[in-house]
Design a protein around this ligand. Structure first.
Ligand code: NAD
Length: 313
């Protein structure tokens, strides 16, 4: 299958490498010039669970995508704020049978994708795989993961199942999920609490979780997500999700000592965050549905203040 990875950062590289190893024809499309150059000139240097490997997979700058390239499947893996520009730049790759799979964190990306692609070709998903970037042309892959996905429009069911098979043939552990919006919202609750809070507080998840006010704040934020989700026919049980966060994220023996990715992006690397597509999306949807979202609004504003103080870009 001809597969374009649109956004070949940490996660795009991880998926691209695994799909390439399974024999698919993979092309990386990316907006970071020095990364594209490094991948083309020195290969993609991958630390795969401690083992150093180099992969030669072609990469092209998104502003220079050629008219004559077409894709069977495009996997979107930009950061959320880069998605619109990426879709504008890859228009020529999308033909009448191209399937578009969005695996970004956050909620509401379909509203952007639908500006460029018919809903029948859009697949939404989320993933528990992880990866990190160490600089241009260098990524680290750790652990195992899963992917869940579903077609946005009912007509897309066959496409979705075909993509599940392609991902599974590459070891990406994919499933067709009837309840993908629930999975997307549940993950957004984890990101909507841990990412913003640990970034503003400059804390790992376990240290935050042990504060006397953590429970109250997390519960308030998850409640806002659940009230908004209810208006989209997604039932989130607040107690279950808060329990899930507290059991998983604060565990010092597993991931509790980690700083969430937003902390790494903003505090360590001075990069802009995806807050507008996580808590900020809840604020926008809350306004639309008449649901008050004061905690999400405050956290979104604080993160924007921090971005400006640190002159993130
Ligand atoms: P990433 O930051 O590694 O890459 C996203 C884009 O930013 C790529 O185009 C990349 O080339 C570019 N980029 C990265 N570092 C840059 C730098 N220093 N300067 C300029 N450009 C740079 O993002 P990611 O971690 O691959 O995440 C993609 C999406 O997947 C996001 O929505 C994220 O929330 C989600 N996600 C990430 C993980 C993870 O473990 N990293 C897990 C699940 C979901």
């Amino acid at each position: 299958m001809k597969i374009v990875i649109a956004g070949a950062g940490a996660m795009g590289s991880r998926f691209g490498v695994m799909l390439h190893q399974a024999g698919n024809e993979v092309l990386f499309v990316d907006g970071w010039e020095s990364h594209v150059q490094a991948v083309n000139e020195q290969g993609l240097h991958v630390n795969d669970n401690g083992e150093e490997k180099i992969f030669h997979i072609p990469a092209v700058l998104q502003s220079k995508v050629k008219e004559d390239t077409q894709a069977d499947l495009i996997i979107l893996f930009t950061k959320a704020m880069q998605l619109d520009q990426m879709l504008q730049d890859i228009q020529s790759l999308i033909h009448s049978d191209t399937k578009i799979l969005c695996l970004l964190n956050g909620i509401g990306h379909e509203e952007i994708i639908e500006k460029y692609v018919a809903p029948t070709h859009i697949l939404l998903g989320n993933t528990m795989w992880t990866a990190g970037m160490n600089g241009p042309g260098k990524v680290t892959l750790f652990g195992n993961g899963t992917v869940a996905l579903k077609n946005l429009a009912p007509e897309g069911v066959e496409d979705a199942k075909e993509v599940v098979d392609v991902l599974n043939s590459s070891g990406l552990n994919a499933t067709y999920s009837e309840n993908i919006l629930f999975a997307i919202y549940k993950k957004a609750c984890v990101n909507g609490t841990m990412n913003g809070l640990c970034t503003i507080l400059d804390s790992n998840m376990a240290d935050f979780g042990e504060t006397t006010t953590a429970h109250e704040i997390v519960e308030a934020i998850v409640t806002e997500f659940s009230l908004v989700a209810k208006n989209e026919n997604v039932e989130l049980n607040v107690k279950e999700i808060v329990d899930y966060i507290e059991m998983n994220c604060y565990n010092r023996d597993t991931i509790g000592l980690h700083h969430p990715s937003m902390h790494q992006d903003l505090i360590l690397n001075n990069r802009l965050t995806e807050i507008d597509y996580i808590n900020g999306a809840v604020v926008r949807k809350g306004k639309k549905y008449g649901v008050p979202t004061p905690y999400c609004a405050f956290l979104t504003s604080l993160i924007h203040c921090k971005e400006q103080i640190l002159k993130a870009h």
